[in-house]
Design a protein around this ligand. Sequence first.
Ligand code: PLP
Length: 399
Amino acid sequence: MALTISSVCKNITPSTTLRLNALVNEKKQQGLDVISLAAGEPDFATPSHICLAGKHAIDTGKTKYTASSGIPELRRALSDFLLAHRGLRYKPGQLIVGTGAKQVLLGALQAILEPGDEVLLPAPCWLSYPEMVRMAGGVPVIVHTDMAQGYLPTPAQLAQAVTARTRAIILNTPNNPTGVVWGEQALRAVADLAQAHDFYIISDEIYESLVYAGERHIPIAGLNEDAYSRTITVSGFSKAYAMTGWRLGYAAGPKAVIQAMDAYQSHATGNPNSIGQYAAVAAMTGDQSCVEEMRQAFERRCALMLSLLDEIPGVRYAKPHGAFYVLADISRLLGKRYRGEVIDSDGRFAELLLEHALVSAVPGEPFIAPGCLRFSYAINEERLAEAVRRIKTFVEELI
Ligand SMILES: Cc1ncc(COP(=O)(O)O)c(C=O)c1O
């Protein structure tokens, strides 16, 4: 038997973000002042009451295995939170806590997919979805959208993508990388289609607390009974509570799906870390003003970023209404020369931007947004302004 690598792993596209991070670190080690607009995490510290709850868990010996689906206190707190803040009624038995929304999403796919099942992915979408679907034996079916349609698929586009093998759709509102917040009409179209063709809805709502004025987050599971019965709502603590490193996320959904996810998780990872779970109870039951403060900061930064991007010719975007990213369409700049070199892709644009302007951004390609760059504005306003000034200078050199 040859010592080979499985075809599942051989076909995984390595993370672009990690490759970029390595380049950024190289530059930083050379003492260069790189500004990262690539990060997918808030720059804020985890709020102190949450940290204290984590410390308390250590001091009181809450450092052992827990139930694989999470401690009852946390599932109870989540159940109460979802009812109070999202109007969703889930019993603790319909909730599972895992090692980040990322792991929970993979668990959900493992729980529902048969080999060859298709999963609809409205795109641009988070770069992990297509890989996760493949890792779980499924086939990603991309539904392309563009800036002109506000990055929202039309009902006709979605309907055309449905086949007899469609098992699920993954929605993400607010969206990474576009910042688009799905409105009620768009969500209803998905719910109706899922009902008509009897497939699951996986709703990734990890940025649900970071929605800006004039928009509101609508959980698709709350639309009607049928949507509730077929939706697996996924969220977590990383973005709203600046807890990326604690690795904690959760899913709420039909009991049978949650039980299957629990069975899988019990062998794959076991419980998520105990200390983080106690900290998460404090996040769910404590004062929510820390979330509001961070949300307001992101909203201010978004306005600043957009006003500065407006001054760069050739850069376009659909206004984000949530999360902390703007997807900048730079397609009009591709084909131009930078110091003699023709820039032929968003990936090369990002590399040259890093090399010469010392600003890192993630290329659109892995988000299925070719011709775009994803800028994160999870940094302070002064650095943000400096980063966009550098981008402008870089673009002004293009001929
Ligand atoms: C859309 C989306 N879903 C899920 C995640 C994963 O979050 P977590 O840190 O909880 O695994 C991210 C993180 O970048 C994300 O952008």
